[in-house]
Design a binder for this molecule. Structure first.
Ligand code: GLC
Length: 546
C-alpha cells in the first residue's frame, strides 16, 4: 500500500462505549479520565483509532444519544479540556479519535427544544423540529402512523395540543433537516470539534435525517418475492435520497481541515447499492457494513455478503468497514453460540433461540476475528470483543436502563447485556473497572466469573482471545497484503471460505462439520486453535504464508 493511502481505508477502529470502558473517578460510570489511563493498553492492542460513543452533555435518557449541548462534555465523563487532553495524548500514542455525532435528534433538554416548547404552536422556534397538529376529533390521534424504534408511536402530544416527532424515545425529538438553522448549527459543531483535533465522526442514524415533507403514513411493507423481503422504493423516513446532499456539505467541511479526517455512517440501508450511495466520491468516507454483522454463521451467506459489499464499494471507490458487534446488538460470542445462527433482520432485536453454548460461540468468534481482520478494508472492534465477552443475558430486570425495556412494555430487555462494564483485573467486581476505593458500584453489575475474562487473566495466555487479537493486529499491521486492497477466492468446498491476498497471504475459515485439509503453504502465521496434521477443525480459521 502506498504511504499516501488515507489511514481510514485500512484502519482497525476500536469502539469505546465510554460509560463502560474505565471509570477514573470512582462513580461507577466510565469517563475520559479512565479512558486516558488505558491508552497504553489500546496502543499495545494495536488499534489505529477510537470511536467514542456520545460524551456530550446529556440527561442520559438513551445513554447519551440524547444530546443537550453538542459543545459541552457531560460532567459524568469530564470536561472539554479533558477531551482536548485525551485527543492530544491519543495522538501521541499514534491513535486517532472519532467521536459520535447525533444529528437526527437532540435531547428534549436542548436549548432549541426548550425554546420551541416555550414559544408555542406555529412559532419559528418550533420549525426546527417536526411539530404537527393531530388527526381526528380534537386532534387526539397522532399526525401519522410512524412508530418509534424503541416501541410505541413516534409522536408525543404536548399540553398545548401539538404533537412532535421522535423516531426514538420521547426525550429525543427529531430535528427538521429542511430548516437552514439545523444545517448551519451542525456544520458549526463539526468545525468546533475538528478544530480541537478530532479525526472524524461516527454519524448516528445517518440514514434518518431526511423525511418525506408530506409525512405520509407508512404503507405496509412491499409484498415479499420468493420469500425475500422487498425494499421500499422510497421509505417516508429511512434512507431517502435527499440525505446525501447533507453529507456532501459535511464532506466539504471535513476537507477544510488538514490531515485525513474521516466520517463513518451508521446507515441501515436495504441493499449494498443503497449503502454504497453514502460513500460515493464527494460524500462520506466510510459506512459500517452491517450486512456482515447480520449474516448467519454460514459460508454461503458470508461469502455473498463479502462479494456484494466489495463489488458495490469498489464501484464507488470506497473501502469496506467490517463489523461484528457494537453497543446495539447482542455480542457475537453469544450470537454465534447457538447451533444454528439465524440471519438477523434489520430493525428487530436479535432474539436467539435456545441456550448459549459459549465454547462454541467462542470458537466461532475467534475464527470470525481472523476472517474479519483478513478481509480488504477496515474493521471495527467493539470493546470487550478482544476479551471474548459474551452478552450478559441474565441481567436482573431491576437494573435495566435501556429505554427499550420500558418502551416495549417490558417485552424486550434491550441492549444493556452488551454494555456491561469491562473487567480489567482482580478476582471480584468491579474487576478494576473502578478503583478499589470507588464510591459506587459499576452502573450495570458484572458477572462474578468475569475474573476469568479480565485483561489481567488473559494477558500472556497464548490461548486467550486477547492474545489472539494482539497477534492478529500486529501481523496485520506489518503485512503488506492486509488492510486495503483486493482478494481472490480459492477453490474450496462450499462450507469452507478460502481466499488469497497478494503478496503471499491466504486465509481459510472452516464452517463445515468436518476437519479440512489445509492447502499448500510455507508456514502457519496464526490459527484460531490448534492445528494437527495440517487439518483445520470445524469453526476454526487460519492465516497462512504461501
Ligand atoms: C443509534 C445508536 C443507538 C441509539 C440510536 C438513537 O442507532 O447506535 O444506540 O439508541 O441511534 O440515537
Amino acid at each position: 500500500m502506498s504511504s499516501t493511502t488515507p489511514w481510514w481505508r485500512s484502519a482497525v477502529i476500536y469502539q469505546v462505549y465510554i460509560r463502560s470502558f474505565a471509570d477514573g473517578d470512582g462513580d461507577g460510570v466510565g469517563d475520559i479520565a479512565g479512558l486516558r489511563s488505558r491508552l497504553p493498553y489500546l496502543k499495545a492492542l494495536g488499534v489505529d483509532a477510537l470511536w467514542i460513543n456520545p460524551w456530550y452533555k446529556s440527561p442520559m435518557a438513551d445513554g447519551g444519544y440524547d444530546v443537550a449541548d453538542y459543545r459541552a462534555i457531560d460532567p459524568l465523563f469530564g470536561t472539554v479540556a479533558d477531551a482536548e487532553q485525551l485527543i492530544e495524548e491519543a495522538h501521541r500514542h499514534g491513535i486517532r479519535i472519532i467521536p459520535d455525532i447525533v444529528p437526527n435528534h437532540t435531547s428534549d433538554q436542548h436549548a432549541w427544544f426548550q425554546a420551541a416548547l416555550a414559544a408555542g404552536p406555529g412559532s419559528p422556534e418550533r420549525d426546527r423540529y417536526i411539530f404537527r397538529p393531530g388527526r381526528g376529533p380534537e386532534g387526539a390521534e397522532p399526525p401519522n402512523n410512524w412508530v418509534s424504534c424503541f416501541g410505541g408511536p413516534a409522536w408525543t402530544r404536548l399540553p398545548g395540543g401539538d404533537w412532535y416527532l421522535h423516531l426514538y424515545a420521547p426525550e429525543q425529538p427529531d430535528l427538521n433537516w429542511q430548516h437552514p438553522d439545523v444545517h448551519a448549527e451542525f456544520e458549526s459543531i463539526l468545525r468546533f470539534w475538528f478544530s480541537r483535533g478530532v479525526d472524524g465522526f461516527r454519524i448516528d442514524v445517518a440514514h434518518g435525517l431526511a423525511k418525506d415533507p408530506e409525512l405520509p403514513d407508512l404503507a405496509s411493507q412491499p409484498a415479499p418475492v420468493d420469500g425475500q423481503p422487498q425494499p421500499y422504493v422510497q421509505h417516508p423516513h429511512w434512507d431517502r435520497d435527499e440525505v446525501h446532499a447533507i453529507y456532501r456539505t459535511w464532506r466539504k467541511v471535513a476537507d477544510e481541515f488538514d490531515g485525513d479526517r474521516c466520517f463513518v455512517a451508521e446507515a441501515w440501508a436495504d441493499t449494498p447499492e443503497r449503502l454504497a450511495a453514502y460513500v460515493r466520491p464527494g460524500g462520506l468516507h466510510t459506512a459500517f457494513n452491517f450486512d456482515f454483522l447480520m449474516a448467519s454463521w454460514d459460508a454461503k451467506d458470508l461469502r455473498a455478503v463479502i462479494d456484494d459489499s466489495l463489488a458495490m464499494l469498489s464501484d464507488v471507490g470506497a473501502p469496506a468497514t467490517w463489523v461484528l458487534s457494537n453497543h446495539d446488538v447482542m455480542r457475537h460470542t453469544s450470537r454465534y453460540a447457538r447451533k444454528t445462527v439465524a440471519r438477523w433482520v434489520p430493525n428487530q432485536r436479535y432474539q436467539p433461540q435456545g441456550t448459549a453454548d459459549l465454547d462454541l460461540g467462542t470458537r466461532r468468534a475467534r475464527a470470525a476475528a481472523l476472517l474479519m481482520l483478513a478481509l480488504p478494508g477496515g474493521a471495527y472492534i467493539y470493546q470487550g470483543d478482544e476479551l471474548g465477552l459474551p452478552e450478559v443475558e441474565d441481567l436482573p430486570e431491576s437494573v435495566l436502563q435501556d429505554p427499550i425495556w420500558e418502551r416495549s412494555g417490558h417485552t424486550d430487555k434491550g441492549r444493556d447485556g452488551c454494555r456491561v462494564p469491562l473487567p480489567w483485573s482482580g478476582q471480584t467486581a468491579p474487576f478494576g473497572f473502578s478503583q478499589a476505593d470507588a464510591s459506587a458500584e459499576p452502573w450495570l453489575p458484572q458477572p462474578a466469573n468475569w475474573s476469568e475474562r479480565s485483561v489481567e487473566a488473559q494477558t500472556g495466555d497464548e490461548t486467550s482471545m486477547l492474545e489472539l487479537y494482539r497477534t492478529a493486529l500486529r501481523l496485520r499491521r506489518a503485512h503488506p497484503a492486509l488492510g486495503d486492497g483486493t482478494m481472490t477466492w480459492l477453490d474450496a468446498p462450499a462450507d469452507v471460505l478460502a481466499f488469497h491476498r497478494e503478496p503471499g497471504f491466504t486465509c481459510v475459515v472452516n464452517l463445515s462439520n468436518e476437519a479440512y485439509q489445509l492447502p499448500e503453504h510455507s508456514t502457519i502465521s496464526l490459527a484460531s486453535g490448534p492445528i494437527r496434521d495440517g487439518l483445520l477443525e470445524p469453526d476454526h480459521a487460519v492465516w497462512l504464508k504461501v
